[in-house]
Design a protein around this ligand. Sequence first.
Ligand code: CP3
Length: 352
Amino acid sequence: MPLESSHPTLADSYAVPPLIRAYRGERPETAPVWFMRQAGRSLPEYRELRVGTDMLDACLDPELASEITLQPVRRHGVDAGIFFSDIVIPVRLAGVDVRIVPGRGPVLEHPVRTAADVASLPPLDPAALEPIREAVRLTVAGLGGTPLIGFAGAPYTLASYLVEGGPSKEQLRTRALMHSDPETWAALLSWCADITGAFLEAQLEAGASAGQLFDSWAGSLSLADYTAHVAPHSARALERAKALGVPLVHFGVGTGELLAAMHGVGVDVMGVDWRIPLDEASRRLGADVPLQGNIDPALLAAPWPVLEAHIVDVLERGRAAKAHVVNLGHGVPPETDPTVLTRVVEFVRAHG
Ligand code: CP3
């Protein structure tokens, strides 16, 4: 056999990866699959690397962030890497005192609650994003042909951490501020849109092939509030990413009522959590919108036949949409057995 035939051809090296084809509305031979929070505590090799390093410091160490991004791609053979970082990284890089408390989430030394608090938020110096660009460059080189997904937190979810000072179930203070002081609210969301938009743009310019905006907590908003007080800022956060022409995904938890409005901020693909089936999501969005999701993360802990039947149902309902990228309905729970995730990938490759 001539040597060349076992090597990738020029055409292969220019081939568009299945993930990107699906994000553009095509149906590759099998449905692409990756997992939100695939990097992280479910992996023993991650826990080992992280010993003694603070979460946000790990995100700002290019070699470490890159290696952590590559771990789940090597182990599970997923169709994409998701850049290892955090939605509060641009907040930290702007100079705001935010930490990640293990088992809890982002916590601020000084919550942002008044007009004066918002006015004193510092701008983000683009040069501060250099460790992010460097980590993305290293990761893209390490991934070979597998695409890297860049991401950012949406202005509302980011603002909820700033106003509450930490994780919160219903974001009561945040939603109160939205209505009691709309001007301060708009200034706060504009600041969030600028820094988070710059964070996403930095990843895309450094080589990420797609971008996902996480508005994880938007599900606590009414459609009217989302449309009036949030959507314009999310659209603004995506403006610079849109100019780069890469596929963009938008995701939130409990956002069944907001799907069309979230699509309307100008993304290509909608992520769907586990609360509504994909055929229903497709009915709400129109069949020409590619979908991503929506395996219930809880079922990763169920006996395999239960999980398998659920995946089959997700794949079948996903046929209602123009294209489907298989994922969970939210992140991998930290206590997940990683061998189950590998088995899900193998099953989707065989049946998707
Ligand atoms: O594979 C990946 O998805 C890794 C990259 C990633 C992280 N955070 C790493 C991380 C991504 C995409 C995020 C986004 C993020 N961060 C979101 C949006 C996605 C979502 O889950 O809805 C949100 C809301 C945050 C804020 C945040 N950061 C939370 C709620 C937590 C969990 C706190 C905990 O310990 O349970 C974090 C910390 C965090 N971000 C961890 C990881 C791997 C865990 C920290 C650790 O390992 O010590």
